[in-house]
Design a protein around this ligand. Structure first.
Ligand code: FAD
Length: 374
């Protein structure tokens, strides 16, 4: 059997790999995606789906610019994924509210609103309670950012998968990449078991597992797994309208009436499991923000491994000395938010050589990389 060599082979079918695949097939490229597990992406399916650069406190600079560019893409992406993939990704511009329960936090958030930089507004206590009446009433006020919101991360990844597949992308699940096929400095494909799969270019979008490139080609990828644990609850009626981003803990209202409560941030290697201690911590944080959660029905808890880079920004683009290979990893806490822009910029780079927008996110910002000889 002869398998046609695709233009691009993407390793990893999380939200990042799927977004890249969709952006590539939209431009007419032939694409194969290899994923060692099931559809959905190990970390992507664990996320809360917040689209909240303001709440995340991203500092002014290339990462914030990238995040805002990506945020602006969601309305059209949601419409395209519904039309082409048949999946409603539940994009909502619900706004995000950051309540202040101490003078210190109130002062900090008020200053942010007054700086006028990001369009967020300071709400007095009465205004905040008018917006979200079930917040714990001892708050001093809140920062409100109306332009941000949330999306359903599982539906987003599924929708991108369907939309890309309907345009011809080939997805193979249960297929683990265990090496690269090289001709000197050039990467011409990947190895899966004993099989060589050739492609015009290879993209490593393997999230927390991107460190495997050190085994495959001697290139250290500065990504560490950072565990996050989540909880889902049900309260009738849904107690909040916006994302509520506290310290600690955040709440995300889902369209089906469930409420997500997140998330821990732990450096425990690849130990991907939810623990009793964190469940208790999250429930306590949620109850402090919205007291009626005391009476909520507990639905589920789960965990995921955020791909964390040293500066918490993604690693995008080429690896010097490995022509034909590109990286799209390290999206840490904002991979769902950054997925549309990552797909578009990576596709422009892979098909048209447009590397400039990716330059601030190059792996070389952490030092020169010297791949082993191929
Ligand atoms: C609890 C939690 C809450 C979060 N909340 C948010 C949020 O609200 N907003 C936001 O923007 N982000 C959020 N994130 C972060 C976001 O989920 C990640 O940044 C994003 O999912 C990373 O996507 P990815 O495609 O790189 O990784 P993944 O989804 O992990 O996909 C990588 C895939 O590569 C596959 N793979 C690995 N190695 C191989 C191999 N050798 N061969 C084949 N396949 C391989 C893996 O099986 C995996 O499915 C959250 C994360 C967590 C854990």
């Amino acid at each position: 059997m002869t398998v046609k060599r695709p233009d691009v082979l993407v390793v990893g079918a999380g939200v990042i790999g799927c977004s890249i695949a969709y952006a590539l097939v939209k431009r007419g490229a032939s694409v194969t995606v290899l994923e060692r597990e099931t559809p959905g992406g190990v970390t992507s399916r664990a996320a809360a789906g917040m689209l909240v650069p303001t709440a995340e406190g991203l500092p002014a600079g290339p990462l914030l610019d990238l995040a805002l560019q990506s945020l602006a893409m969601f309305p059209s992406l949601a419409a395209a994924v519904l039309e082409e993939g048949g999946v409603d990704v539940e994009y909502s511009r619900s706004g995000v509210l950051l309540p202040a329960y101490t003078d210190e936090v109130a002062e900090e958030l008020r200053a942010r609103a007054n700086s006028g930089q990001d369009g967020s507004q300071w709400l007095s206590r009465a205004e905040a309670l008018e917006r979200e009446p079930l917040l714990a009433p001892s708050l001093h006020g809140a920062l409100f950012q109306p332009n941000e919101g949330h999306v359903h991360p599982v539906k987003l990844t599924d929708g991108l998968t369907q939309a890309a597949a309907r345009r011809g992308a080939a997805f193979h699940f249960g297929v683990e990449v265990d090496g690269l096929v090289r001709q000197g400095d050039r990467v011409v494909g990947v190895r899966t078991g004993g099989i060589e799969r050739h492609a015009g270019a290879v993209v490593v979008a393997t999230g927390s597992w991107s460190g495997a490139l050190a085994r495959w080609a001697g290139v250290a990828v500065d990504v560490q797994p950072v565990r996050g644990q989540m909880v889902s609850l049900r309260v009738v009626p849904q107690p909040i309208r916006s994302v509520v981003f506290g310290r600690p803990g955040y709440l995300v209202p889902r369209r089906d009436g469930t409420l997500l409560l997140g998330a821990s941030q732990e450096w425990v290697g690849f130990e991907n499991r939810a623990t009793a201690g964190n469940l208790a911590m999250l429930l306590e944080a949620g109850k402090r923000l919205v007291p009626v959660l005391e009476q909520a029905t507990f639905l589920a808890t789960w965990s995921g491994l955020r791909p964390g880079s040293p500066d918490e920004a993604p690693i995008l683009g080429p690896v010097r000395g490995l022509e034909g290979l590109a990286l799209a990893t390290g999206h840490f806490r904002n991979g769902i938010l950054l997925s549309p822009v990552t797909g578009e910029l990576m596709a422009e780079y892979l098909l048209h050589g447009k590397a400039k927008p990716l330059a601030p996110f190059s792996i070389e910002r952490f030092g020169e990389r010297k791949p082993t000889k191929g």
